[in-house]
Design a protein around this ligand. Structure first.
Ligand code: ADP
Ligand code: MG
Length: 611
């Protein structure tokens, strides 16, 4: 069989995605390979296809039981003999699986890194031919990454004990320069075929909102996405409890996940979400690592996370199947305060001295600032994200809330001058709120006590609404006119550019055009983009196929998206296959899956086309 035939027969796909083929070829030619591709790009196929074509076994190292389980179930669904070896197996099951491996019953075996150097596994490894050793989630080997797993360091030792060194392939979605170098060095990759595809996820739409009432905004949002699966991330356990309770009260199938729940309940709630029994998962950032569920249609951040790395990783759990999906973030000033509190309370890593601990916190505060700027910026959100990860490109994507908002340039020089003047005339440094209150002529006890009513700029912007003053202040910080310190109580300092403004240089700021009310209402009735991506298909048929999928999944006890992905169901609705031959043309339908499920799906589609 050729690689194309394997792709079609087992996985049901007609062509490779960008980059996949290069890596597949590298491995098949016996060269080490290193693939850095974003979540959902399709890294698994890059080592699984060679795994099926190479003469011996492919061992895959993976950090989490849930990931291994998911991947092996997906392979078994596709008709590939695969197994996993990890601590979820009893001693007896482990023995059996190991024996089957030695007998050559599996082409692909997933193994936990802790198992590699055990006597049993080493013995078995000497009985078999290992063609490829694949290190999935390879960033776990680096101490720089946030998912460092010390047991990954055992991999090179294991390789050293083998009679023949297999081809080594490594894959990851997160790779800053430090992590990348660690992977190359620690795994001792030899002249690897390396591929980095861009970090852009074109099917994701990015949205930032600054709602006055977050709960109201969330209810409106989930109301518009009633039939879809989504994750809502909160910063704290308390937040999770409140949001989940409210969603349930409003009649949504929501469940929750955070570190305060017992293991059993967490596991149960996670499965309920993965198996489509619950539609909405409300969770802290404890949830998500090792979740490959491909039909998550939106990820909503009820609070702003701590860093852009966290944000992109969490938001990236939407739309793994490539269908249009949304990542929406609700920003509130309190989020900054909560994050600052979390950073202050952060425990320094073991064996780090006080200075190092302080440096780490400093770095975290800097990252928090960049995250906050994401919520403030008026430029393309996608461009902002990609630039953060070191990619430069267009400043217009046309698929984020900023690109889709009409902005107009507004001259805010006068207000800016008053704000700057107020800061300059102070006898000491003040925080944002104090300055805004002063120019807005607040009579609060705090302002009077501080004597700010004697500041020459007191009341100079009385007519400007406070929210606008805040926007302008943010603009001045964002664009380097003012500097905000990182302390617990941040205060403002003037930068060189501010003096130029005081001397008469204009300040122009992009602001969202106010859309007339009736027009806005019309716009709001439009469905979210995920639904818009499916606008051309028969939604009724899609629902029927989804029901059939759920029924089969329950019977076979696997997550529905492993039967067929949402994308495959959409393709069925578009192509409306009438027979086996046509069904096999649908992307995601391979031979094995056809023989198991094809006829049932054909029947539903057939019935539908006669009514
Ligand atoms: P990653 O590990 O890079 O996050 P996965 O390997 O889990 O991504 O793949 C994500 C999804 O993309 C899966 O549903 C997979 O079946 C699908 N996929 C992978 N390669 C292709 C392809 N060539 N054509 C269509 N779909 C693909
Ligand atoms: Mg993967």
């Amino acid at each position: 069989m050729t690689k194309q035939e394997v792709l079609k027969r087992y996985f049901g796909y007609d062509g490779f995605r960008p980059g996949q083929e290069l890596l597949v070829d590298g491995i098949l030619q016996g060269r080490d390979t290193f693939g850095i591709m974003p979540t959902g790009a399709g890294k698994s196929l890059c080592y699984q296809i060679p795994g099926l074509l190479l003469p011996g076994i492919t061992l895959v190292i993976s950090p989490l039981i849930s990931l291994m389980k998911d991947q092996v179930a997906a392979l078994n669904q596709a008709g590939v003999h695969a197994a996993y070896l990890n601590s979820s197996l009893s001693a007896g099951q482990f023995q059996t699986a190991l024996r089957n491996m030695v007998r050559g019953q599996y082409k692909i075996v997933y193994v936990a890194p802790e198992r590699l150097l055990t006597e049993q596994f080493l013995w078995a490894s000497h009985q078999i031919e290992i063609s490829q050793l694949c290190v999935d989630e390879a960033h776990c080997i680096s101490q720089w990454g946030q998912d460092f797993r010390p047991s990954y360091l055992k991999i090179p030792e294991f390789v050293g004990q083998l009679d023949v060194r297999p081809v080594i392939s490594a894959f990851t979605a997160t790779a800053t320069k430090e992590v990348r170098e660690d992977i190359l060095a620690l795994l001792d990759l030899q002249d690897p075929v390396t591929l980095t595809t861009g970090f852009d996820r074109k099917n994701l739409k990015f949205i930032v909102q600054r709602p006055a009432d977050k709960m109201k905004a969330l209810l409106a949002y989930v109301g518009e996405h009633r039939d879809e699966c989504g994750i809502v991330y909160c910063l704290t356990r308390k937040g999770v409890e409140e949001v989940c309770e409210r969603l349930v009260k409003e009649g949504y199938d929501a469940t929750r996940y955070h570190a305060g729940l017992g293991d059993a309940e967490r596991m149960q709630n996670q499965e309920a979400f993965i198996y489509d029994q619950k539609q909405i998962m409300v969770a802290t950032n404890a949830f998500g690592m090792g979740i490959d569920k491909s039909n998550v249609r939106y990820v909503c951040h009820y609070n702003m996370p701590k860093t852009m790395e966290n944000y992109y990783q969490e938001a990236g759990r939407a739309g793994r199947d490539g269908l249009p999906s949304e990542c929406i973030l609700f920003y509130g000033g309190q989020d900054v305060v909560t994050n600052q509190f979390l950073i202050d309370r952060m425990e320094p890593p073991e064996d780090a001295d006080e200075e190092t601990g302080e440096q780490i916190k400093e770095r975290e505060r800097e990252k928090l600032k960049r995250m906050t700027f994401y919520c403030m910026t008026n430029e393309c959100l996608r461009a902002y994200i990609l630039r953060y990860f070191g990619e430069y490109g267009d400043n217009f994507c046309g698929n984020c809330s900023n690109c889709l908002t009409q902005f107009e340039d507004r001259d805010v020089s006068e207000t800016a001058r008053n704000l700057i003047g107020c800061i300059a005339s102070g006898s000491r440094s003040y925080g944002m709120t104090t300055i805004i209150d002063t120019v807005h002529k607040s009579k609060s006890a705090k302002i009077l006590r501080m004597g700010m009513d004697r500041n020459p700029f007191y009341g100079s912007c009385e007519a400007v609404p406070v929210y606008q003053l805040r926007q302008i202040m943010n603009h001045l910080v964002l664009h380097g006119y003012l500097r905000l310190t990182d302390d617990e109580y941040p205060v403002l300092y003037l930068e060189e550019a501010a003096r130029r403004v005081a001397e008469g240089e204009p300040v122009v700021m992009k602001v969202a055009k106010e859309i007339p009310k009736e027009k806005k209402e019309k716009k709001d009735t439009k469905k979210g983009s995920a639904a818009a991506g499916m606008a051309d298909i028969d939604r009724g048929l899609f629902e029927k196929l989804r029901e059939l999928r759920l029924e089969i999944a329950r019977r076979e006890k696997v997550p529905p998206y492993l039967i067929f992905s949402d994308k495959t169901l959409v393709n069925m609705c578009v192509m409306m296959p009438k027979n086996k031959e046509e069904m096999l043309q649908v992307s995601g339908v391979g031979e094995v899956k056809y023989s198991k499920y094809g006829p049932q799906f054909l029947e539903v589609i057939g019935c539908d086309s006669y009514v």
